[in-house]
Design a protein around this ligand. Structure first.
Ligand code: ZN
Length: 144
């Protein structure tokens, strides 16, 4: 038996970000994409920065990515009990410099730049938080 973890701070849903935070419900990482030129845009913006089209629609991506940079957060949740979190910029293969910022479910010493990762989701209330785990590892967030 493991102690329940304090909840992460949940993001506020907006019309532009809702798909990103709820796509995990169906197992998809959804990134807004311009219907005009096909550019992915994340974080979402109202207008396509390339062609100025106003119609940006959520599109499922592969869910794979590559760790580009990361930091280790030392978060103390309970007195005397601290836990480390890896927070990373994950570049998606669908487009150069398309980044999702999230936690990597692995010990800090196991994370390195260029590391392949795969998305997984942590369901809390009406949000499915996209997290990443090392590629080819079982989906066991509690073991991270
Ligand atoms: Zn566009």
């Amino acid at each position: 038996m493991t102690a329940p973890e304090p909840p992460r701070k949940l993001p506020a849903l907006t019309p532009e970000t809702e798909a990103f935070w709820t796509g995990g419900k169906d197992g998809h990482l959804l990134i807004r994409r311009c219907t005009g030129c096909g550019r992915y845009q994340h974080p979402p913006t109202p207008l396509c920065p390339v062609c100025r089209t106003e119609t940006m629609e959520p599109a499922p991506v592969s869910g794979r990515g590559t760790v580009r940079t990361f930091t280790v957060n030392h978060q103390q949740w309970l007195p005397g009990l601290s836990r480390q979190y890896v927070f990373a910029a994950v570049e998606l293969p669908e487009q150069a410099e398309l980044y999702v910022f999230s936690n990597i479910l692995a010990p800090p010493e196991a994370v390195h730049g260029g590391m392949p990762v795969t998305v997984c989701f942590e369901h809390q209330e009406d949000v499915w938080l996209p997290l990443f785990r090392p590629e080819n590892t079982p989906e066991t967030p509690d073991a991270a």
